[in-house]
Write a protein that binds this ligand. Sequence first.
Ligand SMILES: [Zn+2]
Ligand SMILES: [Zn+2]
Length: 263
Amino acid sequence: MGMTAALFDSHMHTPLCGHATGAPREYAQAALDAGLAGICFTDHMPMPAWYDAPWRMRRDQLAQYVADVQDVQAEFAGRLEVRLGLEADFHPGTERFVEEVLGAHPWDYVIGSIHYIGAWGFDNPEFIAEYDSRDLGGLYRDYYALAEGAAKSGLFDSIGHLDLPKKFGHRDPDGYAALHALDVIAERGLSLDFNTAGWRKPVQEAYPAPDLTRAAAERGIPFVLGSDAHKPDEVGYHFTDAIKQIHDVGGRIVSYQERVRHG
Ligand SMILES: [Zn+2]
Ligand SMILES: [Zn+2]
C-alpha cells in the first residue's frame, strides 16, 4: 500500500459478534501482509440482554474474547503489535452495564458508537424504509445529540463512524448538529474513529465525510484509523485514501494503548 508511518488499524471484529468471519489470527496476518505496524481488535461489546443481542458477544463470552486476542498477541509478538479494544454502544440507560464491562479487563481502546435512535437500528439494512417516514433534519439532530451524550459520558476514547446515518445515502440536510457535536467531542478530548467501511457502503464515502474531517481537524480532534473489518481481507481497507483525506486538512492520526493516546 506504500505506507511508511507506523500505522494501526484500530477497528476490527471477530466471529464472536456473530456477523464477522475469519479467525482473529487471520486479521493479524492480513495486517502484516498490508505492512501495518499493528492492529486493535474492537469487537462489539456485550450489552444488556434486551439490547441488540444478535449482533454482539454475550457477557459470558467476554473472557473468551480477551483470551482469543491474547493468543494472537503471543503468536505475532515482535512482528505485529496486537491490542485489545472494544466497540461499545452508547444507548441511554445502559451506561452502568457498559461501565462494568469496561472495568472487567484492561482495554487499550474503546470506541463509542451509536447504532440506535430510540428502538430503531438505523444502520440495519432491514429497517431502511424507516428513513422515508422521518424528517432527515430531525433524525440527524437526534443522532448528534446521542453522539454528544456519548462524548460527555466519559466512557469512550473515540466516537465511532461519526456520520453513520448517511450509510444508505440519506445525507444530513444542514450540518449544524454535526458541528455542535464536534465542539463537544473536542472539548471532552475524544478522537474520531476514521472509519473506511463507508467506502464499502452505498454512500461510497468514509465516516466522517471530507467536510466533517476538516471541521474536526480545525478543532484539534485527532483521528484513529479503522477499517471496521468483519473479515480478514477488509483489514487496512482504503487506508491510502483515508490518510490523504486526513492529511489534506492538516489532521493528525493517533492510536491508543492502555487507553492513552499516542502519535
Ligand atoms: Zn459489526
Ligand atoms: Zn465496528
